[in-house]
Design a protein around this ligand. Structure first.
Ligand code: SF4
Length: 258
């Protein structure tokens, strides 16, 4: 994710969007005058609502997305990588610096799926290498796991310019790549990081706050939803829930993997 300082307006927009996602009745804002806050609140509440209306993630895959587990079409992740690393299926192929396929243990029992590469990932070609990635490392360490034991991928393999949200058409084009990765890795557990990944995988528009903290399934694989580490960097209040999610994840990992 992009680590550049956020403008106050962007912070406000993200705070409102996140709190709307959480279903919080009370909205906490940065210190501003009441009238300014009211004006911005109105504008940004409309923007958040519009954003949710304009990006109906649940509609992206329509009825075309098969419901059952996919049989791998490639012999290995390396072969799959070779075949897709020059992908130009959507406009992001023309603006990326590096294709960010994924990283970790190709036989991992636990697969983390995030949203899309940020500036650092686009520069280096690996997922979760910026500040959010460092926090993910700490989260993994807290549940006694390391990057070498898990696999980490994103819904999109190329960075959306300016760190904007992935667009539906981009996700639709890119999703088969992730689906093949899941088939090849054949994880026993999946953890979706953030709203975009969770809603795309579960084919829903349900807010993140209502998806996290319980088990779902993606193509027969138990899947937990939690906050994206980049959100944790901005909103400390999410840490308590994230820790609860990680304890659920570790308990299931112990149950299924040992
Ligand atoms: S984002 Fe996905 S579909 Fe678009 S060019 Fe990159 S790899 Fe291809």
């Amino acid at each position: 994710m992009d680590d550049r300082p956020l403008s106050l307006q962007e912070m406000l927009r993200r705070a409102l969007t996140s709190q709307v996602e959480l279903g919080m009745g009370e909205v906490i804002l940065p210190p501003r005058s009441a009238s300014t806050i009211e004006t911005e609140l109105d504008q940004h509440m409309v923007a958040a609502t519009e954003s949710q209306r304009i990006v109906p993630v649940a509609d992206i895959f329509g009825e075309e997305r098969p419901l059952g587990p996919q049989e791998p079409q490639f012999a290995s992740l390396d072969r799959h990588f070779d075949s897709v690393q020059n992908c130009q299926e959507c406009p992001l192929g023309a603006t990326r610096n590096k294709f960010v396929y994924g990283a970790g243990n190709p036989n991992a029992d636990l697969l983390f799926i995030g949203e899309a590469p940020g500036a650092d990932e686009d520069r280096i070609g690996e997922p979760f290498v910026g500040r959010a990635g460092q926090l993910l490392d700490k989260i993994l360490a807290a549940i006694k796991l390391s990057r070498e034991e898990v696999y980490i991928a994103n819904i999109l393999k190329c960075r959306p310019p300016g760190n904007r949200d992935p667009q539906p058409a981009e996700m639709e084009k890119c999703f088969p790549l992730l689906r093949e990765q899941v088939a090849l890795i054949a994880p026993k557990l999946i953890c979706a990081l953030g709203r975009i990944a969770a809603q795309a995988l579960l084919k829903t528009t349900t807010p993140l706050g209502k998806l996290r903290g319980r088990w779902h399934e993606y193509e027969g694989v138990p899947m937990l939803v939690t906050y994206h580490p980049a959100a944790l960097l901005r909103f400390q209040a999410y840490k308590k829930d994230t820790w609860a999610d990680m304890q659920m994840l570790r308990a299931k990992y112990d149950e299924l993997v040992g």
